[in-house]
Design a protein around this ligand. Sequence first.
Ligand code: NAD
Length: 497
Amino acid sequence: MTELDRRGDRSPVPSDWTYAPAPESRDVVSLQERYGLFIGGEFLEPQAGERFVTVAPRDEEALAEVAQAGPEDVEAAVQSARDAFAGWSKLAGAERAKYLFRIARLLQERAREFAVLESLNGGKPIKESRDVDIPLAAAHFFYYAGWADKLEYAFPNRRPKPLGVAGQIIPWNFPLLMLAWKIAPALAGGNTVVLKPAETTPLTALLFCDVLRQAELPPGVVNVVTGDGRAGAALVDSDVDKIAFTGSTDVGKAIQRRLAGTGKRLTLELGGKAANIVFDDAALDQAVEGIVNGIYFNQGHVCCAGSRLLVQESIYEPLVDKLKQRMATLRVGDPLDKNTDVGAINSAAQLEKIQELVEAGRAEGAEIYQPPCVLPEKGYWFAPTVFTNVAQSYRIAQEEIFGPVLSVLTFRTPEEAIEKANNTPYGLSAGVWTEKGSRILWMADRLRAGVVWANTYNRFDPASPFGGYKESGFGREGGLHGLDAYLDFDGSETFGG
Ligand code: NAD
């Protein structure tokens, strides 16, 4: 606690208004020294014996040894999912729903444990994993549990059937949430699963296997194979019926090439370079909160991050001033501290990528601002950053940085805003800030983005589909669209299939 001053007979007031540390205890998490591959309901040793260490990005502490799955392990996991499919797909929808409800409730019961582990292994602030990642992951299981016995009503006269075994590959920015986005609809539709978490953040997926055992999910219905891209590539080449991939556009393209002509279904959730567009009639203070949330939430490791701010020229100066003032109040530091707004960068490799693009921004002539903040010495850190004086052609305006770095551009007319917003290879999300409803609708009609938020940003709901246009991928996750992607229909074409 800060020291209290007594001033005369008045109530005590703190002499210093900075935040005192408020660390979340990590005692709730018990880590194993080493983890195996979760195949057929058991943790198995990788057949080739290869392992790697997963670290905490905040201080590079070694957390555990994790198995690197080889092609033979992936094959065993797919076979286990194939064996389990016969029973799982024939189970009545209401019975499948019971398992999903059970998983959802267990996630809620163990929410604190999951939140601490997510922040420890991934570097995101505990208030985000506690208030966003884990509750939303549970919400997806609840939501899809509700559909499991209503598929005939969700898709009337189309006779929905499961696809079979789904291979699912996820990134490191929302490890448990991406797992939930993929596993919940797959199971609700009667499919079985082999999931490959990202190599830097495998621990919550491994803890989730414990939840599956607690829920008594039949062995083999969900299998988890850890490892780097080699394990992902082996899963793509294995005998699965569908690949659901979330990750970078380059890897997504490689997977699409690999699957061409195989008949396997594919959905791709890839990168983004969203425009957050502020008109001169917007509520500026509210917009500043949305801008900050849009780019500094989860250190900017967000596919739909509002990484390009498009400001109407007449309000450029007051808005950028307000933004800089707000940035100076962001607390950067220990992800396990409940006051932290911006945590650690997920990995050394990602930090390098951010640094490289920021250097490119400087070299191309953009003006950089970073609020004064003391970064911890150990671990991977990057200060919240804003670039002004950015031209549309700069790399920082075109490429996904996937870090806490915002590029500011200006526009004069709504038409120009649309032209600039759509001028990237991506099309995942966008934000519009204005008091006029008609303008919001006009903009939403013209923005080539899968999601458009109006006077808010980064809002998610399990009932709302999410996905991209262009190089941001195809197929949708969430809502009925997300379920559709795991079903086959008698003779009809399906969305994103
Ligand atoms: P990445 O493509 O490097 O890795 C994603 C996953 O793919 C990891 O599990 C990785 O091990 C695996 N992988 C790597 N090479 C592979 C290969 N050849 N074959 C199969 N699997 C392979 O991406 P990343 O750096 O982990 O994640 C960041 C990217 O993910 C960003 O571009 C971001 O925009 C995107 N992303 C998109 C969404 C979305 O919903 N659109 C959500 C989160 C992240």
